[in-house]
Design a protein. Structure first.
Length: 317
């Protein structure tokens, strides 16, 4: 970061309240094909999102405002100026930190979307594990037919990456644990692969969610997976290289014997020998460099589930 952080913060906060988009127009009306694609990707089978009386899933709110590669009308220069100012101060990296959405009425196929985005707040200088920078929050008010239908707040951290000694090997990123998935990671730490089960309709689901996407029930328990599965699909990661990983390596979408799918590394065979239908079983690997950076073991390590090929074990990976 550069000197004069107080002066920089004052300049940054001068952007608070400035519009980032005025009367932006959604690229497409709310439509059934987009809703179907979303539900298939999320594994959401709620009947409310199908048929002639369908509504859009509330969490699609931001999707209707996205401008795609070509952008959208209504964008102002204020947000770009703010980002350029942060870049000039050395905050050249960015990470999304969180979003909040408020839903006022359902969106239905045919609704035409109009939205306004404002730069709601810019924090003072903050130091995080990633580095030092500023949190920037925008608020988007989404309208349809003249009515406010929802509000989307999105927060990023624009930061200067923390310097790392060149001799240190970067640590593997730890999973994000929150109140919705904490039980899954507690199971992993114990060497158990737990699947959520709706106690209302019995539907199994992964990843973990606060409610059932089949019947809407908020009540659930867990079943322990056998850990057996097959590779449903996969990709081989070559680029971009990521610290603490050694490409190329295979990332698989694993269909468990219980019927749910999850994403993890495929190990036990060379990356170019992974194939669809390959039988695998779960294996719990512990990663960490013993630096004491808090986790369930207290020693900087974390446990992750990977899937080892059941056949071809001679090609250890």
């Amino acid at each position: 970061m550069t000197d004069g952080s107080d002066e920089l913060t004052a300049r940054l906060r001068g952007y608070e309240g400035q519009p980032a988009a005025v009367s932006g127009v959604g690229r497409d009306p709310v439509n059934l094909p987009m809703i179907r694609h979303w539900c298939e990707a999320m594994g959401d089978t709620n009947p409310a999102y199908r048929g002639p009386a369908a509504v859009a899933p509330p969490t699609m709110l931001q999707a209707w405002t996205m401008g795609g590669l070509s952008g959208h009308l209504g964008r102002t220069g204020a947000y770009d100026e703010l980002m350029a100012l942060l870049d000039g101060a050395g905050c050249t990296s960015v990470v999304a930190t969180d979003c909040e959405q408020e839903y006022l009425r359902p969106l239905r196929p045919g609704d035409e979307i109009v939205f306004d985005t404002v730069i709601e707040s810019v924090s003072g200088r903050k130091t995080t594990r990633l580095g030092t920078g500023h949190f920037v929050t925008t608020r988007t008010d989404v309208r349809a037919g003249g009515d406010l239908v929802g509000t989307h707040r999105f927060r990023i951290l624009k930061y200067a990456p923390r310097a790392r000694p060149t001799a240190d090997r970067p640590r593997r990123p730890r999973p994000v644990v929150n109140r919705d998935n904490a039980g899954f990671w507690e199971g992993v730490a114990q060497g158990r692969l737990l699947i959520q089960r709706c106690t209302g309709c019995g539907t199994l689901r992964h990843p973990w969610l606060p409610g059932c996407n089949a019947c809407g029930s908020l009540d659930w328990d867990t079943v322990e997976s056998s850990g057996q599965g097959t590779v449903y699909s996969y990709v081989v990661m070559h680029h971009p290289p990521f610290p603490a990983f050694d490409p190329p390596y295979a990332v698989g979408l694993i269909e468990l014997a219980e019927g749910v799918r999850m994403v993890s590394n495929v190990v036990g065979v060379p990356y170019d020998k992974v194939r669809i239908g390959l039988p695998v079983r779960v294996e719990f690997r512990r990663y960490g460099d013993g630096d004491g950076d808090g986790d369930e073991h207290g020693d900087g390590a974390s446990t992750l589930p990977v899937f080892r090929a059941v056949e071809g074990l001679e090609g250890q990976a």
